[in-house]
Design a protein around this ligand. Structure first.
Ligand code: SF4
Length: 224
């Protein structure tokens, strides 16, 4: 079952969410309208953050996938990348329940939440720099509303750059790499991982143990 378009947005930061018909990125609005015409039962709107409002860990993605969050309305839900992400969150006790690639499953995040740098589906999964900049106020408002977040795990370079900027880090201070780690001026810690995309996993650029090692480091930072 998908979220009906009229359902309340189940966001831990509702004050930082975009309206369903946010008009600010014309290219993404055009794709949204095309998806609504083609798949009227899909979410087809800015995807809200999801998870524990008291989270210590923020998982930062780039943007919704067409068959994933753009379809279901919940980050990383229903696409290939979500399978490894949610399996990993469950493995490390950051989620409970069963992930069934469906927002109506009983999965709950514990101490973690997920949000994207860009809230709308981009063509070919590639947001333009201007779109990343235009959506930045929503992302930074969400981060500002999450004072308990101490560790961020960014999936891929675009998410990492957005998270670094929100933490007050210059690009030269926060170079992205798999396993990268940087401390922000306020003490929050940003970890980087290759994105759990189908391409990265099929090419073995990212393996499950590599991905899990980053989350193991996040948990160690929490505990240490
Ligand atoms: S990507 Fe962000 S700023 Fe652009 S239309 Fe979607 S919600 Fe609005």
């Amino acid at each position: 079952m998908l979220f009906p378009a009229s359902a309340p947005v189940p966001s831990p930061v509702p004050q930082a969410e975009a309206p369903r018909d946010c008009p600010l990125c014309p290219r993404l609005v055009a794709l949204r309208e095309a998806c609504r015409a083609e798949h009227p039962d899909w979410w087809n709107a800015p995807v809200p953050a999801w998870g524990d409002p008291g989270a210590w860990l923020a998982v930062v993605g780039m943007a919704p996938g067409k068959q994933g969050a753009n379809r279901t309305g919940r980050p990383f839900t229903g696409d290939f990348a979500g399978d490894l992400l949610y399996a990993t969150l469950l493995k490390f006790g950051l989620a409970t329940g069963t992930y069934r690639a469906d927002p109506s499953d009983d999965l709950t995040l514990q101490g973690a939440l997920i949000l994207n740098a860009v809230k709308c589906l981009p063509p070919q999964n590639k947001p333009e720099p201007a779109e990343i900049a235009t959506c930045r106020p929503y992302f930074e408002a969400a981060m500002a509303s999450l004072p308990t977040v101490r560790v961020l795990v960014a999936l891929g370079a675009i998410a990492h750059a957005a998270a670094a900027r929100a933490l007050g880090l210059r690009p030269s201070q926060a170079r992205f790499g798999h396993g990268s780690e940087v401390v922000a001026p306020d003490g929050r810690i940003l970890l980087g991982t290759y994105h759990s995309s189908r391409y990265n996993q099929n090419t073995r650029r990212l393996t499950p143990p590599m991905f899990e090692a980053v989350f193991a480091r996040a948990v160690a930072l929490r505990d240490g």
